[in-house]
Design a protein. Structure first.
Ligand SMILES: *Cc1c(COP(=O)(O)O)cnc(C)c1O
Length: 453
């Protein structure tokens, strides 16, 4: 039994080991040296705490393990079998093939991001999406930024700084991930005037709060919760009418940015961007990676005179979008222009997936997995801050794990490729709706591999 600092090998001795030298070839000497020193530092602390010194082999293996885990990117694909279509923790919308190609092409090379190729003069990066957005939403003007939180911050900073913005108390909400309307307001320098009560707000509440300092009426879509029962809120039409009478614009944070009528799929109505524009909202803000089904971005559409103020604000530069996502957004928007959103955009393919197709895949998986698996009824969720409580009937594969559902779920999640399902009543549940069809084979292979053990 060894103890004391002396029993730890020197840095030189470790670095001259053949296995460590091999690691060094795959990675660089400074990195291996850094990790070796870190490791020895921790080992010295453990020795002080009375632990035994590790063997030389253990030391070498630990160091090589750390180096090789550093050498792989920790962000990697996950198979989403949760049945939650827009899963924020899993990166929201997967992208269409066309979107990915457009992003790849622009990532590899230089692009005409801010140059007009006709005359060689400097141009705006926004031209690549602005006319598409105007065409699709009916708006006069559009601006794209980093995400919707940035869009709301930019809008309030540009139009409402040191002025008042009226919002219903029921809409001064937290969307998730720390996005709270009152906090964003404070950050923008706008003064939040809350009106009404948590469950009921009337048009007269807004009207009574209007003063010469009022810069806007703000509506925030309650994306991830629903007030049921004794509730009343003011529709966008009434708000716009009031805004017109007092010459204050209505700002509409609709969250999800839906362009397709969700009621066609048996879902509740999710505010459509084009409806909000048509009703007369001054600016409409929404995410590109929720129901729109594109890469992360925040989109603002509305009246030209308001958008012009946003363009000029210094924050616009701080929250600007990059060339790769701009290309991806344009490609995603093109699917809508071509009327092929449902057949090409993964989020909409999932929403519109025929029940029979889901059933067929669920049966296929279940058969391959053997007697532990069965097919049951269930619900897929839209998720990701859209259609609060919105679900679609689905067929699920239920795996009876004899009390070891968590263990199986952990193993599936940690392995490669990672698979995430959900646990219900001690069974592991997998929903084919959110698994991309090309992932079926690999999912079955991993599952049978684990279940056969
Ligand atoms: C999701 C959401 C946001 C935040 O959008 P990000 O694109 O995630 O920044 C803001 N407001 C509403 C109403 C939302 O639903």
């Amino acid at each position: 039994m060894k103890s004391g600092f002396r029993s730890l090998p020197s840095v030189d001795k470790i670095l001259s080991d053949a296995r460590v030298m091999h690691c060094e070839e795959a990675y660089s000497r400074p990195t291996v040296l850094q990790i070796t020193r870190e490791y020895l530092g921790e080992a010295r602390t453990s020795l002080k705490d009375g632990e035994l010194a590790p063997s030389f082999d253990d030391i070498v293996n630990s160091i090589c393990g750390r180096v090789s885990s550093l050498a792989s990117i920790s962000l990697r694909p996950v198979i989403n079998a949760t049945g939650v279509i827009l899963h924020t923790n899993l990166g929201r919308a997967p992208l269409s093939k066309e979107t990915i190609s457009a992003m790849e092409e622009c990532a590899i090379s230089y692009v005409n991001l801010e140059i007009d190729l006709d005359n060689g003069k400097r141009g705006s990066r926004q031209v690549h999406v602005e006319s598409l957005l105007c065409r699709l939403t009916g708006a006069e003007s559009a601006l794209v930024v980093n995400n919707n939180a940035a869009a709301v911050l930019l809008v309030l900073s540009s139009l409402a700084k040191r002025k008042e913005v009226i919002v219903s108390r029921g809409q001064a909400v937290e969307i998730g991930g720390g996005f709270r309307i009152p906090d964003v307001m404070r950050q923008s320098g706008a003064k939040l005037i809350e009106v009404g009560t948590t469950n009921r707000t009337y048009i007269s509440d807004y009207e009574e709060a209007i003063t010469p300092h009022t810069s806007a009426l703000l509506r925030v879509h309650s994306s991830n919760f629903k007030v049921v029962g004794f509730a009343e809120s003011v529709g966008i039409g009434d708000l716009v009418g009031l805004g017109k009478r007092y010459s204050v614009p209505v700002l509409d944070d609709i969250g999800s940015g839906c362009l397709i009528d969700t009621t066609r799929f048996g879902l509740e109505y999710e505010p459509l961007v084009q409806d909000s524009v048509k009703t007369g909202a001054g600016l409409v803000m929404f995410s590109a990676d929720k129901l729109l089904g594109g890469p992360q971005a925040g989109i603002i559409v509305g009246r030209e005179e308001l958008v012009a103020k946003l363009r000029k604000h210094p924050l616009a530069r701080a929250v600007r979008i990059d060339k790769v996502r701009l290309a991806g957004l344009a490609a995603t928007l093109l699917h809508y222009v071509k009327g092929e959103a449902e057949s090409k955009i993964p989020v909409w393919q999932m929403i519109s997936m025929p029940f029979g197709d889901i059933e067929k895949r669920a049966r296929g998986w279940s058969k391959a997995l053997g007697k532990a698996a069965s097919v049951i009824d269930g619900q897929s969720m839209i998720g990701g801050g859209s259609i609060p409580g919105g679900t679609l009937p689905t067929r699920l594969v239920c795996i009876d794990c004899r009390g070891k559902a968590q263990k199986l779920a952990d193993e599936l999640r940690r392995g490669s490729p990672s698979i995430v399902g959900r646990i219900e009543e001690n069974n592991l549940i997998l929903d084919p709706r959110t698994v991309l069809p090309e992932e079926d084979r690999i999912l079955i292979k991993r599952l049978t591999g684990i279940l056969d053990q």
